[in-house]
Write a protein that binds this ligand. Structure first.
Ligand code: FE2
Length: 247
């Protein structure tokens, strides 16, 4: 199989920032795995929840990133630190509409917010608030791992969401997890997925596994969809990096 080069826009590998990647050793193993798999650039998206201030979150993120940068520079994959862009996976909260600093949580210096919706049955206010967030805060929204919200009886709202001007991201895990493949294929074939990302959290639990997910898609003859989704990831990554380099 042709080895794909890819960009990953949803990941958790900054040491000490997230569940899963607890220390610098873990983080380095994850980064090495990404490089082996063909990752050309990555956006680090640690979880942000609104019980923390944005300032505190950004300070913690910067500190963790500096630590990792030093370690990568000293290693055989030196240089890859320049391919890392900083972002966040923002946990949905209705108060975000009123948050004047929301743009500080965008991917790099782009206008993309990676938004994690509630793991619960939604009401109509969830979609209304997503819409308001885009209008009031002038951000573009990428919905993180849409596939994970079907099980809460949200099908009707998911269909509504798909008609909105948002991008949809799916986790590689959905293609690899036992019993989920058919659902993942349906979502992809119906063009309901714009971006495929690993949402990696560690070396064992949710590892960087883009290569395996792409191999499954190749077997299912989905090369066109692979190219479409990899291109979208590249565009999001590039927008995040290009804007960042302006400062
Ligand atoms: Fe995530």
């Amino acid at each position: 199989m042709e080895k794909y080069e890819y960009y990953d826009v949803h990941t958790h590998f900054l040491p000490g920032m997230d569940l899963g990647c607890k220390d610098i050793k873990d983080a380095m193993q994850m980064v090495r795995r990404m490089v082996e798999q063909g990752c050309m650039g990555v956006i680090a998206t640690p979880h942000f929840y609104s019980n923390e201030t944005i300032e505190s979150f950004l300070n913690r993120r910067e500190e963790s990133f500096m630590k990792l940068t030093e370690e990568i520079k000293e290693s055989e994959i030196s240089g890859f630190e320049k391919a890392i862009c900083l972002g966040a996976e923002v946990g949905y909260h209705k108060s975000l509409i009123f948050e004047p600093q929301l743009k500080k949580l965008c991917l790099g210096r782009s206008d993309y917010i990676l938004l994690e919706l509630p793991f619960a049955k939604w009401g109509p206010e969830v979609l209304e608030n997503v819409q308001k967030m885009m209008q009031v805060r002038e951000v573009d929204i990428i919905i993180a791992h849409l596939e994970r919200f079907f099980e809460y009886g949200n099908k009707k709202y998911i269909n509504e969401l798909l008609k909105m001007n948002v991008m949809i991201q799916m986790n590689t895990e959905h293609l690899l997890k036992f019993g989920a493949f058919r659902h993942a294929l349906d979502m992809i074939k119906n063009k309901r997925v714009d971006i495929l990302s690993t949402d990696c959290h560690g070396t064992f639990f949710y590892p960087p596994n883009m290569e395996q997910a792409l191999a499954k898609m190749v077997k299912a003859d989905l090369q066109t969809d692979i190219e479409r989704m990899l291109e979208n990831s590249y565009l999001v990554y590039n927008a995040s990096m290009r804007a960042a380099q302006r400062i």
